[in-house]
Design a binder for this molecule. Structure first.
Ligand SMILES: Nc1ncnc2c1ncn2[C@@H]1O[C@H](COP(=O)(O)OP(=O)(O)O)[C@@H](O)[C@H]1O
Ligand SMILES: Nc1ncnc2c1ncn2[C@H]1C[C@H](O)[C@@H](COP(=O)(O)O)O1
Length: 223
């Protein structure tokens, strides 16, 4: 039996979907996984004991929230490993430190001591040879106005009450972050190039691109 599916995607692949809040990661994760029968790994938003509190008091809760997300994502990583891959993951672990923790530290809503403690923990858990990196990071990108519109339409209360400047800062940081990211292969998708809310939209072209990307990078690693 071939270990590649019809799109040339290895059945044990781990694909992570990255991008700013509201850009469409969860929607994309679900659509891709449904089509190829992969398992999904979503980030914990509902029943997250810190997320609401965090939005109303960054200083007080930013460290707690980062530790919580780190533990959750690491637990998910273990689950993915135990299944032997075949997963689409909603948001990468790299965004926690590269975007969120750093932004709150830079803005003074996470103390230097807390940031250093978090960073040390993150580096010793994640940035080691023992931590398997994804085969591909799909980066979703679009205009700031489109992203903001999606945040508004989705309507999560705490996000509605957060000032636009917060989303703008995050958006700009994402652009800078992805331009310098090299921990695993990256494939960019512009959100204007597909519409998953249209029932006639097929994800086949995206899956074909993913297959090509992963095979090219696996060959590169082998050679
Ligand atoms: N391709 C798309 N076209 C139109 N709206 C979309 C699309 N993908 C997602 N959305 C909408 O945008 C909002 C945010 O999407 P979501 O997948 O929750 O984003 P994220 O996981 O990146 O925060 C949701 O209301 C969702 O229904
Ligand atoms: N690491 C994080 N720090 C702070 N906030 C975070 C982190 N990871 C996710 N979030 C927030 C942002 C959103 O309000 C929700 C869910 O993210 P989404 O991009 O909508 O999937 O959690």
């Amino acid at each position: 039996m071939s270990d590649l599916n019809q799109y040339g995607i290895p059945k044990n692949a781990v694909i992570t979907v990255a991008g700013t809040v509201g850009v469409g990661k969860s929607t994309m994760t679900k659509a891709l996984a449904n089509k190829i029968g992969f398992r999904t790994s979503y980030e914990k938003v509902e029943n997250n004991p810190y997320l609401d509190k965090f939005y109303y008091d960054f200083e007080r809760w930013s460290f707690h929230l980062q530790i919580y997300f780190l533990a959750e994502r690491f637990k998910e990583q273990k689950r993915i490993f135990e299944y032997g891959g075949g997963f689409i993951q909603d948001r990468s672990i790299y965004e926690d430190t590269g975007i969120f923790a750093k932004m709150h530290y830079d803005k003074g809503t996470m103390t230097p001591t807390d940031y250093n403690t978090y960073k040390h923990l993150f580096d010793s858990m994640v940035m080691t040879p023992y931590f398997p990196h994804p085969d591909l990071l799909i980066y979703l990108e679009g205009s700031f106005d489109d992203v903001l519109e999606r945040i508004k339409n989705r309507g999560r209360e705490m996000e509605q009450e957060t000032p636009i400047e917060y989303w703008r800062e995050m958006y700009d940081r994402y652009e800078e972050w992805i331009n310098n990211f090299n921990t695993c292969p990256v494939m960019r998708i512009n959100i204007n190039d597909y519409d998953l809310h249209n029932p006639n939209t097929s994800v086949d072209p995206i899956l074909e691109r993913i297959g090509n990307h992963i095979q090219t990078s696996r060959q590169y690693i082998k050679s």
